[in-house]
Design a protein around this ligand. Structure first.
Ligand code: ADP
Ligand code: ADP
Ligand code: ZN
Length: 969
């Protein structure tokens, strides 16, 4: 059987998959869903994509093919009908800091081309329009004069330069030229007296003498061409009338300022790139920022006087050097007639200027005194200034140490030359102009527009010649795709390294739609992450357009709207790990909803829902008040966060949620509690920080980046286990300590793989791959270590246990068993203790972190900051997560959660809704209150979606027992 319309998977057993055989319709939108850990990624990525990728690599060069055997073959008997596969992941590649949305979508390549071809140049200093003529345009200009008028074509060779220029004049003669215009007068070359060497001269050679004639233009064109060549892109026309009046006109085939005679080189596309020396601002080398000494770091404490070392760079450990600076300070004070013991802040402004920036002129020289051979010597010296001195010492530093010392007085400031635009002034003076003539943008201004605005602009723009329509189209289409996937609020020059995983994935999605490939298998991982319901619709449209181009689109997804739109759903389950890996239901959304055996189907049918909490904690009386937050797009936001609650921060993408919570609040709290160096985003102040003892960020970042970290090491469980192993009699006899059982230090570990159990293969253009170590066969320890057993398990056996299995083995060990139970409670019982951190999903990593927080069980009041904890979670998982969050809240903590999932929002005690839109049009608080209050607020977009979810009924609210006010109301 060979059905062309289906992908047939036979006998898939990757990870926990239970020998699955199934058919997946091609050229359709297929959703793979199921609880976290049920095997969705194992099927979508590790089986379908991995095999599609193998086949794709096979079609590449022989160089690439040599790695195929090392690319692990997925555990599947066979797959029929598979197309080349492309994964659109959320993980960011290793693109450097200079990569932006514009560069990663190729928009910048087309933009640079467009600016080079269609840009109108202006003089970077005077702002005058620069003219550029083609030969034909110069000829037309000539022919607009009356027939028969006499004119000369001149090539300017010397412009006001001293010298005899004898060699040049000789060469002109020998090249057959007869006349030249010398300092404004036409003369025969033969009859020229020698030029005065000490004077400046201008020389234009007469290329041709002509009369305007429409009939014979051939000679005129040849002469113009020769003139432009000799005059290095400039040609002069000397017009003569009957009365003997002369008039001179200058033309250039390059951007040209006729007043000064300067012309600018023809621009190539690369000149518009800050990555290329011909385009990069010479001051900051295209970074837009430079390191400069900062007065507030140079004088960190203005209460100090010069006597007390107010100037920090002059405070030195070396006694000799310190004394020299002291004597310099003394001389400066004498010069400025100020007291060396006066605090810096009380010294006069001109004196500050002198010390910081140095002498301005000769009168500003300092009288220096020194003792030479027992005699006082005085001399006058101009003073460099501390700020230039720090910058000089930084540039001249020979050792990393002294460089770092100087760096501590410097910080990054916007480049004064380009104001952060990263390009040369003459490049920034080139603009695209609209036909109506009153709208123009340079390339920096263009890439600084939000994508939706850039799209409007270019849609409204017609290039000066038709040949460029194609280029404009390429830009317009790409912008359209980006806008379509809901990224209209981002700027083109936003660095990709600052994007969220979801935003990055959507950029890749837009790029793929733009590439218009067909018959490809696309595999996506939760594209709905980070998207508000409102933006979700546009994303779904783009998945559908990818399908309609003739591709198979497989998404791993939990989002209900995506499932309802899918052509086909694969529901995996029933639970996680070994208890999952089976197909629970298969078919169209309607078929699945009618299938009582499919848990997802039951949710779709509405038979199971996440219920509202029985009561809510009333907000207050303890609050943190954040005042005047204005980082990024925030509009002087005042936000109040009720403590001892579960509070959700909501709003459409780009409305400012992460900026408010992570950049401003989170960083400010970390600085307050832990003196963290990172400066929080702009805000005026915060009240109420004294009410919290601790703050913890529980994000989806990996718990470690290498196979060395794992759930056991992260939670401290492995530490306990190693102590147990060191305690068994056999260890004591051999003198094995705890460190013997570590794979991080030499001694007990396998030295071939240094305890990794894996060997890393670096593949030039693909991500690193890992293969099992052939020496320890993946056990990570050497033979002697593995001879030690605890209840007949070696240390390697223990790492291979699931958390549930480990609970049995260590049931008698209180400390261990507590920690293991907590991991089990957050739904991770199926995880292996030693499962490498880099194979955990974001959601799993986040729950490991939550569990280790839960098991600490500390009495202090902790503020937990969570960013979309529902990522990777299925309906059932979400209930589990919620009960976890509630139990953290009920043990005297505060939870602040950025979330889009309505099932979580509806369960929150309090909601802060940002908006109304993304980017410039967002950054305000639209609504605050209970979910019911938000749902009833017509201004809130979130409220509209929430209203559908919870209907109108209000929940009883449990009065916070802390609020005396409430008890009496
Ligand atoms: P889902 O995508 O449904 O959350 P996964 O396919 O990621 O589930 O995981 C299914 C099971 O396979 C889980 O028990 C998970 O821990 C395990 N697993 C995933 N990746 C690996 C790996 N690289 N090595 C070992 N086990 C893995
Ligand atoms: P949300 O979390 O609600 O999706 P963000 O706080 O990420 O919104 O973004 C709010 C605004 O700030 C957006 O216009 C976004 O483009 C901008 N922004 C976010 N991070 C940065 C950054 N690192 N640099 C410049 N602009 C940023
Ligand atoms: Zn610069």
């Amino acid at each position: 059987m060979n059905d062309q319309s289906k992908i047939r998977v036979v006998g898939a057993y990757q990870h926990n998959l239970k020998n699955l055989t199934l058919e997946i319709p091609k050229h359709e939108l297929v959703v793979i869903t199921g609880p976290s850990g049920s095997g969705k990624s194992s099927l979508a990525f590790d089986t379908l994509y991995a095999e599609g990728q193998r086949r794709y690599v096979q079609s590449l060069s022989s160089y690439a093919r040599q790695f195929i055997d090392q690319l692990e073959k997925p555990a599947v008997e066979r797959i029929e009908g598979l197309a080349p596969a492309i994964a659109i992941e959320q993980r960011k590649g290793t693109s450097g800091g200079r990569s932006t949305i514009a560069t990663s979508t190729e928009i910048s390549d087309y933009l640079r081309l467009l600016f080079a071809e269609a840009g109108q140049a202006y003089h970077p200093q005077t702002g005058k329009k620069l003219e550029k003529w083609t030969i034909d345009q110069i000829a037309d200009e000539i022919l607009s004069h009356p027939d028969g008028q006499k004119f000369f074509i001149l090539a300017p060779l010397v412009n006001n330069e001293k010298g005899r220029h004898a060699e040049l004049l000789e060469r002109l003669k020998s090249d057959g030229f007869v006349r030249a215009r010398m300092n404004g007068k036409v003369a025969l070359l033969d009859q020229l007296p020698p030029l005065e060497a000490k004077k400046a001269h201008s020389i234009e050679v007469v290329v041709d003498r002509l009369k305007v004639s429409r009939e014979s233009t051939g000679r005129m064109m040849d002469s113009l061409e020769l003139g432009l060549r000799l005059g290095k892109h400039v040609v002069h026309l000397l017009w003569l009338d009957e009365a003997g009046h002369e008039e001179i006109e200058a033309f250039s085939d390059r951007a040209f300022d006729p007043d000064s005679g300067t012309h600018f080189p023809v621009r190539k596309a690369r000149d518009f790139s800050f990555n290329h020396p011909s385009g990069a601002c010479p001051t900051c080398h295209g970074l837009g920022k430079i390191l400069r000494a900062d007065a507030s770091l140079v004088v960190p404490d203005p209460h100090l006087s010069l006597e007390e070392d107010a100037i920090a760079p002059w405070k030195r450990g070396n006694k000799g050097i310190a004394a020299q600076y002291k004597s310099l300070a003394r001389d400066l004070c004498r010069h400025g007639k100020v007291d060396m013991a006066t605090p810096w802040e009380d010294l006069p402004e001109p004196f500050h200027e002198l010390v910081l920036y140095g002498s301005r002129n000769k009168d500003d020289r300092i009288e220096r005194t020194s003792v030479k051979k027992g005699e006082m010597v005085t001399r006058f010296e101009s003073f460099e200034g501390v700020i230039p001195m720090v910058e000089r010492l930084y540039a001249e530093a020979k050792s990393p140490l002294s460089r770092r010392r100087m760096q501590s007085f410097m910080n990054e400031q916007t480049c004064p030359r380009c104001q952060g635009a990263r390009l040369r002034p003459e490049i920034l003076a080139i603009v695209l102009e609209k036909n109506n003539g009153n709208e123009s943008l340079n390339i920096h201004e263009f890439t600084n527009l939000p994508i939706s605005k850039a799209l409007d602009w270019i849609t409204d723009y017609t290039p000066p010649h038709e040949a460029l329509n194609e280029v404009v189209n390429e830009i317009r289409q790409r912008l359209q795709f980006l806008n379509q996937v809901g990224l209209g609020y981002l700027c083109l020059d936003r660095q990709t390294s600052t994007l969220s995983g979801g935003e990055f994935q959507r950029i890749r999605l837009a790029t793929q739609i733009g590439s218009a490939l067909t018959d490809v298998l696309y595999v996506l991982d939760e594209p709905s992450i980070g998207l508000h319901q409102r933006d979700q619709e546009r994303l779904l449209e783009s998945l559908v357009s990818l399908r309609d181009l003739g591709n198979s689109v497989i998404v791993v997804e939990h989002d209900e709207d995506t499932m309802r739109l899918a052509d086909w759903i694969i529901d995996l389950g029933p639970a996680a790990g070994p208890h999952g890996g089976k197909v629970m239901g298969l078919g169209t959304p309607d078929q699945l909803a009618a299938n009582p055996n499919s848990p997802t189907g039951r949710y779709l049918a509405g038979a199971e829902t996440i219920s509202l909490p029985k009561n809510r904690i009333k907000a207050g009386p303890d609050w943190i008040h954040l005042k005047g937050a204005s980082e990024h797009n925030l509009k002087a936001v005042n936000a109040s966060i009720p403590l001892h609650t579960l509070t959700c921060v909501t709003g459409v993408s780009g409305s400012g949620k992460s900026t408010l919570i992570n950049r401003v609040l989170g960083k400010a709290i970390f600085r307050h509690l832990y003196q963290s160096k990172e400066a929080p985003g702009q805000h005026e102040g915060i009240d109420g920080l004294e009410l919290i003892d601790r703050a913890v960020i529980v994000d989806q970042k990996p718990i470690g980046r290498t196979p060395r970290s794992n759930p056991a090491t992260y939670t401290g469980i492995f530490d306990e286990i190693r102590s147990l192993f060191a305690g068994v009699p056999a260890s004591r006899i051999r003198g094995y300590t705890k460190s013997r059982f570590s794979f991080n230090t030499p001694g007990g570990r396998c030295e071939t793989c240094q305890g990794d159990g894996l060997l890393k293969i670096e593949m030039n253009f693909l991500p690193d791959a890992y293969v099992t170590c052939d020496s320890c066969l993946g056990l990570r320890f050497n033979r002697e270590t593995l001879e030690i057993t605890y209840r007949s398990h070696t240390i390697a056996d223990v790492l291979n246990l699931t958390i549930s299995e480990a609970m049995d083995l260590f049931a008698n060990h209180t400390k261990l068993s507590e920690k293991l139970t907590t991991l089990h409670r957050v739904g991770l019982g199926y995880l292996k203790l030693g499962q490498p951190a880099n194979t955990l999903s974001g959601g799993e990593a986040q729950r490991v972190k939550l569990a280790s927080e839960l098991s600490r069980n500390r009495p202090d009041h902790t503020l937990f900051l969570l960013d979309e904890p529902t990522t990777g979670l299925h309906f059932g998982d979400i209930e589990q997560l919620l009960s976890l969050l509630f139990s953290l809240r009920d043990s005297n903590n505060t939870l602040l959660v950025i979330e889009h999932h309505l099932d979580v929002i509806k369960c929150a005690d309090y909601v802060i809704d940002l908006g109304p839109e993304g980017g410039d049009k967002g950054g305000e608080i639209v609504a605050t209150g209970t979910p019911e209050e938000i749902a009833a607020n017509p201004k809130s977009i979130t409220g509209q979606f929430l209203a559908e979810k919870i209907g109108g009924t209000a929940l009883p609210s449990k009065y916070s027992n802390k609020s005396s006010e409430d008890l009496f109301s």
